[in-house]
Design a binder for this molecule. Structure first.
Ligand code: HEM
Length: 339
């Protein structure tokens, strides 16, 4: 019976052979735990989409009502605090896992020819992940959200030659924000970014499949293995661990919701989420007319440098232990930011 249903489906849709094709892909013998992060990032995106949809069922997307609707979610909605906690903490945990994935790809040199486009689509995915953080930050409409976003719009205003256009795009006058900025951030967060991310994840995974997972020199002359069962099992364990950490945080850690946004409270000291703190650090180094260097020029150069990594390092694939330059960048990189 079960076989007949499957045969019926297969004949009409080809779904069974598509799934088999996906799971029985050839991967290098050296594949293993270090390659679990991409799958975890994909799972994180699914969690964000699902909890985001659940939040939107009770969230009122106007500056006048957003804050109260969040209080309502936190006090009246069944599992409201859990869902909000999951969405809040998964944002941070997704950034962590995407960065770990990028570090793994970087250390192994898996961006080298012919995987340059895979790497570049990954950089765009990293930027999209950060864009969710930036646009979502305003949505609680508390003082943190309000003043943090005022700073963000002021940074955008510094863009050489583009400042006034950036402000118009963000719907701000550079000193305060209102319904226009709010609506644009909300629209970006729920209407623009999700389909863009889905498209890019589709492209990214298509490119990974097109070129196959990058082999190491140890794979030369060795037979390949299949994605299923070993790698699928490792990916699943990693997803479980990530999800367990998320649930622990969603249950135990408090999600901030300060006082409702007060545009007259000039004493409020804005602080961004931890993943934008390095930008804040840049800003403190450059003051006055040099502010634009820290706020716009250095971050833009960093993104360009990241995009160009595969074109700068064009050497042959090597073992991780031989990639001392890459190891030094990963280990010393954070210190150069903190110094
Ligand atoms: C939302 C973010 C992302 C998702 C969902 C994602 C997903 C994936 C998946 C599922 C794989 C295949 C298995 C693996 O190696 O893990 C992969 C491979 C790859 N990713 Fe990503 N990725 C993301 C971000 C990035 C970033 C930020 C970069 C680099 C800047 C990147 C560069 C690559 C490269 C070069 C490969 C091929 C690795 C190889 O062949 O061994 N990805 N990604």
């Amino acid at each position: 019976m079960h076989r007949r249903v499957l045969d019926w489906l297969e004949e009409r849709t080809g779904v069974e052979s598509a799934i088999k094709h996906f799971f029985y892909e050839d991967i290098p013998e050296s594949s293993g735990w270090h390659q679990v992060f991409g799958s975890v990032a994909m799972f994180a995106f699914l969690v964000q989409a699902l909890t985001g949809i659940l939040l939107s069922l009770n969230y009122a997307a106007t500056p006048g009502e957003a804050y109260d609707s969040l209080r309502y979610i936190m006090t009246q909605v069944t599992a409201g605090p859990l869902i909000r906690g999951m969405h809040h903490w998964a944002a941070s945990l997704m950034i962590i896992v995407v960065v770990l994935h990028m570090i793994q790809v970087f250390l192994w040199g898996a961006y080298k020819r012919p995987r340059e486009a895979t790497w570049m689509s990954g950089v765009v995915l990293l930027l999209l992940t950060l864009a969710y953080g930036l646009s979502g930050y305003l949505l609680p409409w508390d003082n943190r959200a309000y003043w943090g976003t005022v700073v963000a719009t002021q940074i955008a205003e510094l863009a050489p030659g583009l400042g006034p256009y950036m402000l118009r795009l963000l719907g701000s006058d550079g000193t305060s924000i209102g319904a226009v900025t709010f609506t644009r951030f909300y629209a970006a967060h729920v209407l623009l970014l999700p389909p863009l991310t889905m498209l890019l994840i589709g492209l990214h995974v298509y490119l990974v499949r097109r070129h196959g997972v990058a082999p190491t020199p140890a794979d030369e002359g060795r037979p390949k293995k299949k994605f299923y069962p070993q790698q699928v099992a490792m990916d699943t364990v990693a997803i479980f661990v990530w999800f367990a950490v998320l649930m622990g945080m969603a249950i135990l850690a408090r999600v901030p919701l300060g006082h409702v946004a007060d545009p007259t409270d000039l004493s409020f000291v804005p602080r961004p989420e931890w993943y934008f703190l390095f930008l804040f650090q840049f800003l403190t180094w450059f003051e006055g007319p040099l502010e634009v260097v820290g706020a716009v020029i250095l971050p833009t150069l960093a993104i360009v440098a990241l995009l160009l990594v595969p074109f700068v390092d064009r050497g042959k694939m090597a073992f991780v232990r031989q990639r001392t330059g890459a190891l030094a960048v990963v280990i010393l990189g954070p210190f150069s930011g903190a110094g």
